[in-house]
Design a protein around this ligand. Structure first.
Ligand SMILES: *[C@@H]1O[C@H](CO)[C@@H](O)[C@H](O)[C@H]1NC(C)=O
Ligand SMILES: *[C@@H]1O[C@H](CO)[C@@H](O)[C@H](O)[C@H]1NC(C)=O
Ligand SMILES: *[C@@H]1O[C@H](CO)[C@@H](O)[C@H](O)[C@H]1NC(C)=O
Ligand SMILES: *[C@@H]1O[C@H](CO)[C@@H](O)[C@H](O)[C@H]1NC(C)=O
Ligand SMILES: *[C@@H]1O[C@H](CO)[C@@H](O)[C@H](O)[C@H]1NC(C)=O
Ligand SMILES: *[C@@H]1O[C@H](CO)[C@@H](O)[C@H](O)[C@H]1NC(C)=O
Ligand SMILES: *[C@@H]1O[C@H](CO)[C@@H](O)[C@H](O)[C@H]1NC(C)=O
Ligand SMILES: *[C@@H]1O[C@H](CO)[C@@H](O)[C@H](O)[C@H]1NC(C)=O
Ligand SMILES: *[C@@H]1O[C@H](CO)[C@@H](O)[C@H](O)[C@H]1NC(C)=O
Ligand SMILES: *[C@@H]1O[C@H](CO)[C@@H](O)[C@H](O)[C@H]1NC(C)=O
Length: 756
């Protein structure tokens, strides 16, 4: 943290005194004579030549994220660390101001998970990369972004789970693929639009728990969990989406610090997933190898172990201070540094950094491409699509504007006036922030409805002094909303929650409001991580319950349009909501997904208890009916026929699942159709998931409209991961569940096949 501020300060100074030198001068500067500026050469040759012209000390200056300029060669300084998790975000590389005072602030990734709409994710990512280029062209951002976070939201206590799309490896894989396409690929296929970074590799999902923080944590991960849960999102990011970089994490994995983990970085990321780009360390993680993990005993060994594992770039200053020592003591050779710089400069070249601006469309983007009407609409729509309706007794929602004339609506609670809170963490400066009160006033404008607000209580402080005013307001109101939840005082980077209950003070206020409210109370929850909402679910005095995540700049307007029925909600929970007792049932340190004597199992796949609300849950104002026609459906498949597939392609279709979805209710709306498979239990094999997601689609249906959705049931969906991480297709009965209904059965006949 302290390092962060020093770097920030350092950057501010560098930025003020050197703003003009954003791009290398390939026209008239010293570089223009070198192959680095020759576009007809392959990027690796261009990089190699530039590196060969640097002295050793100059090379070392380029191994950290705040890379210094090399005036002798005409190379400008470059800050590798910019952030854009859900919009351009505060970071050492990003500066808001001048013509670019703000950038679009989209909902947090946990909300994007709840939309189950990957086309939307792609469009958001395209806008983020466009705005990033506009900032870069104005000297206000880099081109390399340490975004996204694709660790699995394993435990509800994790403070950074909000940065991810949730607990499911399949959903996270789909999310990251769509996101990386939108960030890195635009209309000019010759260049990366921006360079993204998948983090944190790997098995990072703990901040600080019971006295052990992320810098010291050793994640004990079985091979089975690694292959089944902790690697798929990275495979999707690196191999399928071809991300330009990944970040090694703070923690150790089975005793080896991630940034020193040659097997993970070299064998898995580079050799198996074909990483075409660089590995950057998390900030200060190299120092942690020595000082926190005590994995090494000298600075030079630490440099060597990280560099040899494949950590090419450091966020921090350890390489800067100690790489020369490692060279002098012969722990590394100069070629090790050259290889690291090859990988980083190659990415800068692929970004067009050294190429003439005239021929690059991305270099023409400017303030007119930031905070556009399209971006504003998309941020509202994505917030609307992410809202999850959890409870709606007697169709109490939506409220009918026409029946509310001269009525008084009370908005009570600590998140009713939330602004920056709606941005979650890793955010920037939004062009505006529409809090729920403003949203309600907007949607009800002209209808003579009196919207009144009382805070009632804070997020978690035990102070009840504002209860009385809130209760008085509730007594005099026709309809009462409680806006609660949590915020970054409780869940954030560096801080995991200790409990997953709604803070006591909020529950106490809810119970008092229930007593005085003239009509059933409405509850709206803002949070990233799951909260035990069973009291609200159970209470007959609570009529409706909405989860709104951290919905970004237009979040308050989005929730108001849901409440008053201008938008029909269809978000689905991207995480399991566990009962409060969950935190006592399993250690935060336990990385195992499958249940054991000290673990009730994690996520919808393995949790053996009764969730408060399950993964995938979410209501609509309309109803949908699923019908199918099994004439074309193959319900018996011989294993032998699968083997005919010589390449052993994961995407080979075993059977095609088609269903018709009909909107049978009285309102237009979206439906998220989720397709799960329950694999057969093999005689003596390990525990199989209750079910696992293999397909999903969000469709819009007008009243009475029917659409067909198609889910290929592929080899990938049928694979079972054995305890030793080998992949198998077993014979037996596979049940296909669509939404909540078990609909199809497929029998695979023959002998088990080991898959590549
Ligand atoms: C750039 O590289 C190409 C291919 O090697 C070469 O033919 C050309 O002469 C080079 N251009 C300059 C200006 O050096
Ligand atoms: C938490 O730390 C205490 C004190 O070190 C220890 O006794 C306890 O076993 C730890 N709990 C878990 C679940 O690790
Ligand atoms: C409601 O919000 C929209 C979008 O932000 C804005 O254009 C409109 O002027 C607002 N209307 C009122 C009455 O506040
Ligand atoms: C909610 O209801 C369930 C089942 O009826 C019960 O087991 C649970 O204790 C109740 N929880 C709360 C907080 O009221
Ligand atoms: C839904 O479809 C089933 C056939 O799968 C049919 O029996 C049922 O009547 C339909 N329900 C409604 C409400 O249309
Ligand atoms: C869906 O409905 C269309 C039109 O009625 C029909 O042609 C098609 O076979 C149906 N598909 C399924 C899977 O039932
Ligand atoms: C189609 O469904 C019917 C009724 O559910 C069932 O009896 C039949 O076996 C199914 N056919 C196939 C090919 O699965
Ligand atoms: C079944 O268990 C035996 C003995 O533990 C083992 O050798 C064999 O590989 C197991 N088979 C499967 C399919 O897991
Ligand atoms: C939907 O179908 C029902 C029953 O057929 C009909 O009464 C209703 O008017 C239809 N609604 C629309 C919007 O077409
Ligand atoms: C892995 O386990 C499976 C059974 O689950 C067994 O058949 C296979 O031989 C094992 N592979 C290795 C390399 O041990």
């Amino acid at each position: 943290m302290r390092l962060f501020f020093i770097l920030l300060l350092l950057n501010l100074i560098l930025w003020i005194d050197g703003q003009s030198g954003n791009f290398p001068d390939c026209k008239s500067g010293p570089l223009s004579f070198f192959p680095i500026c020759n576009q007809s050469l392959p990027s690796r040759e261009r990089a190699a030549d530039l590196i060969s012209r640097m002295t050793t000390i100059e090379k070392i200056s380029q191994t950290i994220t705040t890379a210094d300029s090399i005036p002798r060669l005409g190379l400008p300084k470059y800050e590798w660390w910019s952030e854009a998790l859900h919009g351009l975000a505060f970071s050492p590389g990003v500066f808001f101001g001048g013509d670019l005072p703000s950038a679009s602030s989209f909902p947090m990734p946990i909300n994007l998970g709840a939309t189950f709409n990957m086309n939307l994710v792609h469009r958001i990512a395209s806008i983020i990369s466009t705005e990033a280029r506009a900032f870069n062209n104005d000297g206000r951002a880099g081109l390399t972004f340490f975004t996204p976070n694709i660790n699995i939201f394993r435990d509800p206590r994790w403070g950074r789970g909000q940065e991810t799309p949730g607990e499911d490896p399949f959903l996270t894989s789909q999310y990251v693929y769509a996101l990386i396409q939108g960030l890195q690929r635009g209309h000019d296929e010759r260049y990366l639009k921006i360079a993204a970074n998948c983090k944190h590799f790997d098995a990072y999902d703990l901040e600080n728990w019971n006295g052990t923080d992320r810098h010291h944590f050793n994640a004990k991960v079985t091979d089975q969990d690694l292959v089944e849960t902790y690697l798929p999102s990275f495979k999707s990011c690196i191999k399928d989406a071809q991300v330009a970089s990944i970040m090694c994490s703070y923690n150790s994995i089975n005793g080896i610090p991630a940034c020193a983990h040659k097997f993970l970085l070299e064998t898995i990321a580079r050799e198996s997933f074909h990483l075409n780009g660089f590995v950057v360390s998390d900030c200060n993680a190299i120092s942690d190898i020595l000082h926190a993990h005590r994995y090494t005993s000298s600075v030079e060994d630490t440099v060597a172990v990280a560099l040899h594992a494949g950590t090419d770039l450091e966020c921090g200053v350890f390489y800067l201070f100690h790489m020369n020592t490692a060279l002098n003591r012969k722990k590394i050779v100069e070629a090790d540094i050259d290889q690291a710089l090859m990988r980083t400069f190659d990415v800068l070249i692929r970004l067009g950094w050294f190429d003439p601006p005239e021929q690059q469309i991305y270099r023409k983007l400017n303030k007119n491409n930031v905070d556009t009407l399209e971006a504003r609409q998309l941020s509202l729509i994505s917030a609307q699509e992410s809202i999850v309706l959890l409870k709606n007794i007697n169709k109490i929602l939506p409220l009918n504007l026409n029946q509310l004339m001269n009525k008084k609506i009370a908005l009570i609670g600590p998140t009713a006036d939330a602004t920056v809170t709606m941005q979650g963490i890793y955010h920037g400066r939004a062009p505006f922030l529409i809090d729920p009160i403003t949203g309600f006033k907007n949607v009800t404008a002209g209808n003579f409805i009196d919207i009144q607000y009382a805070r009632g209580c804070g997020i978690s402080s035990h102070n009840e002094k504002d209860f009385a005013a809130a209760i008085k307001l509730a007594q005099s109101s026709d309809i009462v909303f409680f806006f609660g939840g949590i915020d970054n005082t409780i869940e954030r980077e560096g801080t995991d929650r200790k409990t997953i209950t709604l803070p006591d003070v909020q529950l106490a206020l809810i119970q008092q409001l229930e007593k005085v409210s003239r009509s059933p109370l409405h509850v709206v929850i803002m949070s990233g991580g799951g909260i035990d909402l069973s009291y609200i679910r159970n209470s007959t005095q609570c009529g409706s319950l909405i989860w709104m995540g951290y919905p970004g700049q237009s979040g308050g307007l989005a929730v108001a349009t849901v409440v008053f029925g201008q938008y029909n909600p269809a978000g689905r929970l991207p995480v399991t909501l566990y009962p409060a007792s969950y935190v006592n049932a399993v250690s935060m340190f336990d990385m195992q997904m499958r249940p054991s004597s000290t673990n009730p199992g994690r996520t919808y796949k393995f949790y053996t208890g009764q969730p408060v609300y399950e993964f995938g849950y979410g209501l609509s104002y309309t109803t949908f009916n699923y019908t199918y026609n099994n004439n074309t459906f193959k319900s018996f498949v011989s294993m032998q026929s699968l083997l005919k597939n010589i390449e052993k392609e994961d995407h080979t279709i075993i059977s095609s699942i088609r269903i018709n979805v009909t909107n049978t209710g009285d309102m237009d709306g979206d439906d998220v159709v989720l397709a799960y498979v329950t694999p057969p239990t093999i005689n003596n094999g390990s525990i199989v998931p209750f079910k696992q997601l293999f397909g999903f689609e969000r469709i819009h249906l007008k009243q009475n409209e029917t659409k067909e959705v198609f889910f290929p049931f592929t080899i990938a969906a049928a694979l079972t991961i054995a305890e030793n991480a080998s992949k198998w297709i077993h014979p037996g009965l596979y049940h296909i569940i669509i939404g909540q209904q078990r609909m199809f059965s497929i029998t695979l006949e023959g002998e088990s096949i080991q898959w590549a």
